[in-house]
Write a protein that binds this ligand. Sequence first.
Ligand SMILES: [Zn+2]
Length: 138
Amino acid sequence: MTTLYTKSGRRFESFHDLIEATSMHRPNPDWVYVDPQGHEHRWTLTKDGVVIQGYHPSAQADVLSCGWQSVDYYTEEGEKIDIGYHICAQCGVRINPGYMADETHQYVRGLRHFRIDGKDVSPDVFKAELRKEGVDVP
Ligand SMILES: [Zn+2]
């Protein structure tokens, strides 16, 4: 939460909802596996392939050195379920990426709220009123 009191005594507040993102099954950033052909596998960020450092609950992670081998599976009712497993993209050996559980509650940012003197306002009104108070707003 960011709170600003202007010279005229008005209170401007801005804050985000926090959404719980605690997981019992999320990528383990310390996991590394070298398969029998010497190919190294690690969790990377999906967006740019950079090896993940630490943990960011809002970031999508993937093992980009792996492909996905789909297995058609049908329930007794004939419903198809999409399952499969990771394989090395180079040699095809099955890979079991490392997962772990969160040990503390994890949160990601949700909607942002703006308030003036305790009343909800739109972002545009918030900025306009701040400018009237002489505050530089980008
Ligand atoms: Zn391999």
